[in-house]
Design a binder for this molecule. Structure first.
Ligand code: C2E
Ligand code: MG
Ligand code: MG
Ligand code: MG
Length: 287
């Protein structure tokens, strides 16, 4: 009994310190943008057929001056609670589009938006502001949304995405297959790309069922005219399995590069996309 009470007190103390930690992060986040603590990293999406970089996903990084690196899964969630996400998304859009204009014209940039961005009224304005400031063609910007971000106000979100798509901006359904009722989101939403979650890739070299699942999800996406991305490709064997058994168009993962700073991204694109890089048709696509 005494031990039970001790455990309970430890639990309360932990809850309390977790609460205080989150409160601290929330208030410090307000200054993070102004004090230049946020950075954008980029991770390449590689075309399977040409082995060239087709685009890069912008991923936010926050290094807290005292607490060190805070994962985006943590601070993006907090920013959603406080409403600061709108300012962060605006900054990400501005920074990512300004960087993308330095890349070859065939390379696009993808920006993640959250549920709250899709509920509010700022997103379309921030997108057009970023495109105008950078001079980037709308066709080189892609917006990534997860299924969970669409749950709350599905109609409203669909209308906002539709408007962006009508202006030539690509819309990707991120982490596909992990949310609630994934397939239902493929109705009536303006998606141009499906990013199949890395949990589907993890088992494809060891499990026949995983490979079949992946191949059939890809087939479905292909029938719906979506560009297909496999997320979380970490090994050559996974790449080989994807290339020979599925209709995946692009791969993203540690195999081709971890998220990296802008200057390294430029170098990577320059070296992978040079004219004498691997010839087209390297991919064995099944009929
Ligand atoms: P996401 O959009 O699905 O981004 C992909 C995540 O998978 C990234 O984590 C990336 O580092 C990780 N990843 C990529 N390749 C591999 C791989 O081969 N293996 C493994 N194990 N992981 C891989 P990260 O950067 O920690 O971001 C986590 C999530 O935080 C993102 O998931 C996204 O939902 C969110 N996020 C990041 N930046 C932003 C942002 O600027 N705005 C919003 N709204 N959300 C963001
Ligand atoms: Mg994403
Ligand atoms: Mg993802
Ligand atoms: Mg994710």
């Amino acid at each position: 009994k005494a031990r039970g009470k001790g455990q309970y007190q430890a639990f309360v103390a932990e809850m309390d310190s977790d609460f205080r930690y989150r409160q601290r992060l929330k208030s410090d986040l307000a200054l993070a943008i102004a004090q230049d603590e946020l950075k954008l990293f980029y991770q390449p999406l590689v075309d399977l057929g040409t082995r060239r970089v087709a685009g890069c996903e912008a991923l936010a990084r926050w290094t807290h001056p005292e607490l060190g690196p805070i994962p985006p899964d943590v601070f993006i969630g907090l920013a959603e609670e406080t409403g600061q996400i709108s300012a962060i998304t605006r900054w990400v859009l501005r920074t990512a589009t300004a960087e993308c204009v330095n890349w070859p014209k065939s390379v696009s940039v993808a920006v993640n938006v959250s549920a709250r961005d899709l509920r509010g009224e700022d997103l379309a304005m921030h997108v057009s502001e970023a495109l105008e400031a950078s001079g980037l063609a709308p066709g080189r910007l892609e917006i990534e949304v997860t299924e969970t971000a669409l749950i709350e106000d599905r109609e409203g979100a669909a209308a906002k995405l539709e408007l962006l798509a009508a202006n030539g901006i690509g819309i990707a359904l991120d982490d596909f297959g992990t949310g609630y009722s994934s397939l239902s989101y493929l109705h009536g939403m303006a998606f141009s790309k499906l990013k199949i979650d890395r949990s589907f890739i993890a088992g494809i070299t060891t499990s026949e069922r995983s490979l079949k699942l992946m191949a059939n999800v890809a087939r479905l996406g292909r029938d719906l005219d979506l560009v297909l991305v496999a997320e979380g490709v970490e090994t050559e064997d996974q790449l080989e399995a994807i290339a020979s058994h599925t209709t995946i168009d692009q791969v993203q993962g540690f195999l081709f590069g971890r998220p990296m700073p802008a200057d390294e991204t430029r170098e990577l694109i320059a070296s992978m996309n040079q004219a004498d890089a691997r010839p087209r048709g390297a991919k064995a696509r099944r009929p």
